[in-house]
Design a protein around this ligand. Structure first.
Ligand SMILES: [Mg+2]
Length: 258
């Protein structure tokens, strides 16, 4: 049963609002501003706040400070939360790993990578990164070219071996395969369902009054936990689908809000 008149519409970012790692289209920017006129809006993604800035915020035009207060940004699956206050983006909270968790994670992944022979000397930028709520290992460095990354572990065997070995050393944390050469370490149980639950607590808007739009609502997808949580979901296959959906949703919500 689809929520006819959601009070809040939440979106995945990559391949839902924009092509992966790319800015939103001007048409999507205009639709989001129109939607903000009639509903609360959330963007939730596994990425960092800098991605939200580059892909979404910097591309919203003709939007006033009051309208922006209805936009809720949840980087790293809601372990961070940002709101706009008088036109400035403010971090409301960040649920970072503790110093002890960070140190154990950094030590476990470095030791294991060295033991397995995956600690490379020719790299592009640092191999280890402290992202606050996440420790990231990138075998060839953060800025490695795509071709080199693709070649490093074409069959995924290295990443799987590293992930499993590190996970066994860190039973209280979650170790996941990230991009083509990367392994991410976070607290356990952090996914988009976690973020949506936090959002409901923070806004006071029940999950029943929310709608979620995502491109990976299939069982293996990173949007699936939101569906499993029982939130009404709309599946899309790219930002053009999302735009078409908003073209029909916005007029309906405008009628209700009058
Ligand atoms: Mg996506």
């Amino acid at each position: 049963m689809a929520t006819q008149h959601p009070r809040l519409v939440a979106f995945d970012l990559d391949d839902t609002l924009a092509p992966s790692k790319s800015p939103i289209d001007p048409r999507m920017a205009e639709l989001l501003v129109r939607l903000l006129g009639v509903a609360e809006v959330c963007v939730i993604s596994g990425g960092q706040f800098a991605q939200f800035t580059m892909q979404v915020i910097d591309n919203l035009v003709d939007v006033d400070a009051v309208t922006l207060t209805r936009l809720h940004l949840m980087p790293t699956c809601g372990t961070q939360y940002y709101r706009s206050e008088e036109g400035t983006w403010v971090q409301v909270y960040a649920e970072n790993l503790t110093d002890d968790q960070k140190q154990r994670a950094l030590a476990a992944v470095e030791t294991t990578a060295r033991e397995l022979g995956y600690w490379e000397t020719k790299t592009w930028g640092p191999i280890l990164e402290d992202r606050g709520s996440q420790i990231t290992f990138s075998a060839l460095g953060q800025a490695a070219p795509v071709a080199a990354k693709t070649q490093w572990d074409a069959d995924g065997v290295k990443k799987t071996a590293l992930r499993e070995a590190v996970q066994s050393l860190l039973p209280d944390l979650e170790v996941r395969s990230g991009g083509s050469t990367s392994v991410d370490i976070t607290r356990r149980g952090i996914d988009k369902a976690y973020g949506m639950t936090r959002l409901a607590e923070l806004t006071g808007i029940p999950l029943d009054d929310m709608l979620f739009v995502g491109d990976r609502l299939d069982e293996n997808g990173n949007d699936y936990p939101v569906k499993a949580l029982g939130v009404d979901c709309v599946a899309v296959e790219g930002w053009e689908d999302t735009a078409a959906f908003l073209e029909t949703l916005i007029p309906v919500l405008q009628t209700v809000s009058r």
